[in-house]
Design a binder for this molecule. Structure first.
Ligand code: NAP
Length: 313
């Protein structure tokens, strides 16, 4: 794993999806997305001559009026987030993983630019826009140094949460320095002094959030206490969360039963060996393996599995 975030990053890859045109965004989607954002923010949903979002006590947010099949399929991806916001209940967490066909989220050097295509990246930014906070593990921060903004879509930037129980990051990450959105450096209270020292002044809105008892396990099997983490964020009013990676972090949330929804975006690429994507506790009997209700949505060349983990109970 490279110690310097950008030093090992090669020049833009030939598969850089940055400028690719999105061929599967229907003409009626931008207006519907504006309505989704209004619903997210509790604003009056702008009326439309075509489809309009409406709240139903028995069904949550739904579409009234004519809408293309593709826009309806995209809306179905985001409806659970809108409904979770409206419920104002306990923390609600969606995670995503962009994986290769053979189950990796990056090569062995940590290079993940790019597993998925442009459609999946835009989807990622839409998820960010609909959540109170986006969370990534320290490994992702150290390797990708991500901005975690919504620059590919209209919509607000979420609060950024860097999950670093042992406070191993060096404090120079872009999210702690660029001031684009508030950023919480989440660590175990035992290591908060080190994080404070490394952060120094930081950018406006960047702060250390110490959580007592966040670190769990031994050196061989480190982890985090998901419930303490969620409670600490809920105290800040951050309740609808997006766990964006990497594989270790998403897998730990899954094992803790802390995910309501999982979006697995499978790309037609073979990595051979590298950073593993989702890993779930092993079972011996196939009939006992979790098989959540699932929907498949095509995102360009990628196949997005939308898994309803809340239904597993
Ligand atoms: N394709 C995708 O959707 C996607 C999304 C996000 C990231 N990624 C890729 O996933 C990779 C990172 O994922 P991951 O599963 O390895 O980790 P991760 O889930 O981002 O972070 C958790 C892991 O990072 C380790 N870690 C903690 N502090 C660190 C530091 N300062 N430097 C380096 N590692 C540290 C942790 O070690 P402990 O166990 O000791 O705590 C833990 O193993 C990157 O290559 C990134 O590009 C891909």
């Amino acid at each position: 794993m490279p110690s310097s975030p950008r030093s090992a990053r090669p020049a833009p890859a030939p598969n850089d999806p940055g400028s690719a045109a999105l061929s599967d965004v229907p003409a009626d989607w931008p207006a519907l997305w504006e309505q989704v954002l209004a619903a997210r923010e509790g604003r009056a949903v702008p009326a439309s001559r075509r489809a309009t979002l409406a709240w139903r006590a028995d069904g949550g947010w739904c579409i009234r009026g004519p809408v293309s099949a593709r826009a309806a399929a995209l809306f179905d991806l985001y409806k659970p987030l809108l409904d979770a916001r409206a419920a104002r209940g306990s923390p609600w967490v969606v995670a995503q993983m962009g994986q290769s066909l053979d189950g990796f989220v990056a090569t062995a050097t940590g290079d993940s630019y790019y597993v998925n295509g442009a459609h999946s990246l835009v989807h990622l930014h839409r998820l960010r826009a609909l959540c109170d906070a986006v969370l990534v593990g320290a490994g992702t921060v150290a390797i990708d140094n991500p901005q975690l903004t919504t620059r590919r879509v209209p919509g607000p930037n979420p609060v950024r949460v860097l999950l670093d129980p042992e406070a191993r990051l060096d404090g120079t990450s872009r999210a702690l320095r660029d001031g684009q959105s508030p950023t919480l450096w989440l660590c175990d209270a035992r290591h908060a002094a080190r994080a404070h020292e490394r952060l120094g002044r930081g950018a406006p809105g960047a702060e250390v959030l110490p959580v007592a008892g966040l670190s769990t396990g031994s050196d061989e099997a480190r982890g985090h206490d998901a419930q303490r983490l969620l409670a600490a964020l809920a105290e800040r009013g951050l309740r609808v969360l997006f766990v964006e990676g990497g594989g270790v972090t998403v897998s730990r949330f899954f094992a803790a039963g802390a995910l309501q929804r999982l979006h697995l975006s499978v790309a037609p690429v073979l990595v051979g060996d590298g950073r593993r994507g989702l890993r779930v506790p092993a079972r011996e009997v196939m009939a006992e393996c979790p098989r959540p209700p699932a929907r498949l949505v095509v995102l360009g060349d990628d196949m997005l599995w939308d898994l309803d983990l809340a239904a597993l109970g």
